[in-house]
Design a protein around this ligand. Sequence first.
Ligand code: SF4
Length: 374
Amino acid sequence: VKVARHNATAPSSAKRDIRGLTLPDLENVIEEMGESKYRARQIAGWLYNRGVESFDAMSDVPASLREKLAERFTIGSVAAVFVSRSADSTRKLLLTLHDGEQIESVIIPAGERVTLCLSTQAGCAMGCEFCATAMMGLRRNLTAGEIVGQIFAARNELDETKHLTNYVFMGMGEPLANYPRLHDALTIMAADWGMSLSQRRITVSTVGIAPMMERLLADFPVVNLAVSFHAPADELRSRLVPLNRRYPLATLIDTCRRLPLRRRDRITFEYVMLKRVNDSPIHAAQLVKLLAPLCAKVNLIMFNPFDGAQFEPSDRDAVERFQAILRRGKITATIRESRGRDIAAACGQLYVERHGLPARRASRHAARLASIAG
Ligand code: SF4
């Protein structure tokens, strides 16, 4: 079921967005205003715990300070302009930002768990061949406020009986290519003055910007890391994930070995199953060999085809055979069904469906895909 929404109110103002400032940033702002520093914590509580959208709602903050804040800042919000509801209860939100850019977030309920898939960029520069977002190119980085704003937008979509329990950065964009904003967003999500979310329930997925993976786990040691792997050999991976040319498999595996994982923690490797591209028993055996030195878990993801995609999902038999080889190689492997198939739930699909593709980009994409198929 697709539910169209009214246009979002897009704040168009030169004022800075206060949502996205960390506690130290807020303390600086408050002190510059000649006010007591402790007010910053109160304001953070209103912004990140209660999620208010106006300074007037901050009832324990003096009216004079609220006025001063309103002169300098807005409270940015990201608004759902379109919501797709899938038969399997996955919900995909198309969200508008203040400058008209659009991003996607996906709410994925599964039993008691309700996972929110978050975007970190509008579009993406990484160019992965099986990804609809890649077809948009990079439009811009999201701010920390826009990243956490997706959580409030998603909460508005849920009724009172459902709460978000897990957060995965697997939506539009490469999170580690927008690290400063991701860092602030994770800080706000995890801090007791912010949203007080457990780092254990947050997963950051990367295509493998090796140095930033180390930085992420140094800054947030308990956050889960997922690596979009998709191929067990450099030649194939470089074609599917162009970043592999910069950080080839040896570098990536070496980096993963050095990561400061706590006992029992594992790195998740995402592997999208593409028919007759990366799904043979030989690929599975190569993957076992490659991941053997690591504490690894593999998610085999059923490919979600989209308009313009030149790949097909692997047959079920091929996926199960692949999984069995990994398991025999002592690697935990789970098959992830593609959720929300009927609503284009893979990242970027809803945007591309609603906006079409820039013609030049579409033809360049088609040419690259043809070279892979050949
Ligand atoms: S898979 Fe992720 S990193 Fe690759 S193009 Fe898509 S959004 Fe970007």
